[in-house]
Design a protein around this ligand. Structure first.
Ligand code: FES
Ligand SMILES: [Fe+2]
Length: 403
């Protein structure tokens, strides 16, 4: 770390008041952003979608995170792999489409061609001694967690073993490997990435900002009332085939070298069976479920990926920086693998709740960002309903100090 960055970080940490929001520079200083890219963003796993998006050999998609771009592709051998989307000739992006099916990747600049396994297969007019084998696309860290694809832009990402093990049973209950992406949308938000994730982490704002969400989700309540509703939910779960798992959020501070992850289920209100406009089901029941227990489960996978699993669909949220003051929120709506659009679900109904909620959040986050840039901004104290956000912010500070 340069001396200037070290000094800036030291000053900010010395001035930090525990239990308070982050100081302005964490959101506005480009030097902090560079440090975050190096120590957090490129060092951690990012959810890149579901294996069902790439069923056949040659199917690919591209994932952008800050200044990096990944190609995820299913090879001729059926294996999924991820490569840096950077030509080994003079560095052009190789793949300019977001998704598709291909037999090879041809660089648009001088036409170097790469196979689905990343190998360089053609390069015109190169000197005799040129070694093609040494110029394949660079592989990225890639892994699949019960159907969910993850990419990391580092050779040494944190372990996914604990998460794979501890979330195996709750994920099997929803049949995660057998799900299918029914809809996928991106919301680009002109604000620093941390403001977006902090917003997702707390529901202190839900009662005021999200009338649609607040009608159905008990997470808008304080802890005591929510705990009472959870006890009632637990009684409904067994008859609906929903088993009880509580994977306490594992903070990486507790298990260094592993991603943070967790699972919990909370209750919906009164007439709500699922997260839909009128509370009625929007898709066939998932996995082993035999009825609607009126619950919704939260999954956390590392620093950027959060899933909400209702009885009949899953909503996966991924937040990543694109630039210092521009972030991407990507949402996947997943349904049973054999559910068919038109017959079993309607995309507008399926996506309604989290589309309105995310559009409202985008506005909130942009307003938050404007105020955070003001010379009158001063970090205020977190409420008791912002405990997760507080943990997250502390984790960021801890990672920034890691060599
Ligand atoms: S940069 Fe890709 S072929 Fe030249
Ligand atoms: Fe929100």
């Amino acid at each position: 770390m340069s001396d200037r960055r070290r000094q800036l970080l030291d000053e900010l940490l010395a001035a930090r008041r525990p239990g308070h929001a982050l100081a302005q520079a964490f959101y506005t200083d480009p030097a902090i952003y560079e440090l975050e890219l190096e120590r957090i963003v490129y060092r951690n796993w990012v959810l890149a979608g579901h294996v069902s998006e790439l069923p056949d050999s040659g199917d690919f998609k591209v994932l952008e995170v800050a200044r990096e771009s990944a190609i995820i592709v299913r090879g001729e051998d059926g294996e999924l792999r991820a490569f840096a989307n950077v030509c080994r000739h003079r560095g052009s992006l190789v793949c300019l489409e977001n998704r598709g099916t291909t037999k090879k990747f041809t660089c648009p600049y001088h036409g170097w061609m790469y196979g689905l396994d990343g190998r360089l297969t053609a390069a015109r007019d190169m000197p005799e001694e040129f070694d093609r084998d040494a110029h394949g696309l660079k592989p990225l860290s890639f892994d699949v967690v019960h159907g969910l694809m993850f990419v990391a832009f580092t050779t040494d990402p944190p372990s996914l073993d604990g998460c794979k093990r501890d979330l195996a049973e709750p994920m099997a209950m929803f049949d995660f490997p057998g799900l299918r992406v029914a809809a996928n949308r991106t919301y680009d938000i002109p604000a620093n990435w941390k403001l977006c994730i902090e917003n997702y982490q707390e529901c202190y704002h839900c009662a005021t900002a999200h009338p649609e969400y607040a009608r159905m989700h008990s997470l808008t309540l304080n802890y005591e009332r929510r705990a009472r509703m959870r006890e009632e939910l637990k009684e409904r779960m067994p008859v609906c085939g929903v088993r009880e798992y509580d994977v306490d959020y594992i903070d990486t501070a507790a298990r260094p070298g592993e991603i943070g992850y967790g699972y919990s289920r909370s209750s919906l209100f009164g007439k709500y069976f699922t997260g839909s406009r009128d509370g009625r089901p929007v898709a066939p029941l998932l996995g082993e479920f035999t009825g609607y227990d009126q619950g919704a489960s939260d999954f956390t996978f590392g620093a950027f990926s959060f899933l909400l699993a209702y009885s009949d669909h899953v909503v996966a949220y991924v937040f990543t920086p694109l630039e210092h003051q521009l972030s991407r929120c990507e949402i996947y709506w997943l349904v049973r693998g054999d559910a068919r659009e038109g017959r079993d679900y309607d995309v507008d109904e399926l996506t309604w709740l989290w589309d309105v909620t995310t559009r409202a959040d985008k506005e909130i986050i942009v307003n938050n960002s404007k105020g955070v840039h003001s010379k009158y901004y001063e970090p205020g104290p977190f409420s008791t309903m912002e405990a997760m956000e507080s943990i997250y912010v502390d984790w960021i500070l801890q990672e920034l100090q890691r060599e």
